[in-house]
Design a protein. Sequence first.
Length: 259
Amino acid sequence: MNLVITFLLAVLGLFAAMLALMEMGWRIGVYRKKRDAKGAHSGLGAIEGAVYGLMGLLVAFTFSGAASRFDARRELIGHETNDIGTAYLRVDLLPPDLQPAIREDFRNYVDARLGYYRNVGSDEAAAKTESDKATALQGKIWSESVAACQKASVPSTTSLVLSSINSMIDVTTTRAVAFETHPPAVVFWGMGILVLASALLAGYSLAEAQTRSLVHMFVYSAIFAIAVYVIIDLEFPRVGLIRIDSADHFVVDLRNNMR
């Protein structure tokens, strides 16, 4: 929850900074207009076009990338659910006397994975504990399954069981990589600088009117502050207000069906 507050405070800070820069730009524009009414806005169109165009591209591409990564992370939940479910079903191929222990380890493994994703972003210590527990259970399930396959001595069983367990283990690394995949920090800094620069130029342009337009200033600042927040929130879907937790019910349903 602390990170949510941090995100919100950062966006409020960006909103306030944009308002301040628009006010500054307006005052500079009024001052220039008094000193040089004809030349105050000469050549400004080219500069504004370049800044606004670059800002629009960066915001659009960053938003598109964040949305794509959000969807990819949500799809991986389905992939992991399928991999665990397949591996669990193939336990039926192993010797009956060895199945109960392996099934119990599978149930504990799913509990650990769910515990990790419930705590990641809010309680890193608990998340680390659950992650370590899941990793240990992966090794245990693998060792028990190898021993069971050796006892069964059926090549097709060995291939089916171990390949499914291997896929179940591999997808955890894929999810971890996807969870930590974000644009370089310089992209966010660049976007913030461009948004602030655009606010300064927008305020300067407002100086053409007799009085400042507070409605335009607030709407402009609010729209871009919200856009930046949405981008950041999409990049961290286990932390902010836009979350993928709802997709975890697929893993929960799988766990409830593990008898």
